[in-house]
Design a protein around this ligand. Sequence first.
Ligand SMILES: [Zn+2]
Length: 115
Amino acid sequence: MITFAYQFVDLIPDRLEEGIVYITIPYSTVVHLCMCGCKKEVVTPLSPTDWQITFNGESVSLHPSIGNWNFECQSHYWLIRNQVRFVKRWSQDQIVEGRKKDKQRKGIFFRKKGE
Ligand SMILES: [Zn+2]
């Protein structure tokens, strides 16, 4: 089982360490190095239509899962209670479908906001 640590920071440090999830509340962003070990930087914005973080005082979870479709590794995993749970990679069809759903979700959200 792979675990990760977390750090609440004001600014994301220039040099990131593997296995640490950096959370900046002022910028509503979470940054970490890809958990597959390829060390690519994964930036996940926090918003009602992007990612949400759960901190229970001891551990951190991120929702939804992280799909690094733009990386060579194509890794897909969940960060749940300081643990990395790798799941099946998505097929090209699933990626397209996922992006469509994401757009729809954002469309609904921004329309609501504008009302
Ligand atoms: Zn990777």
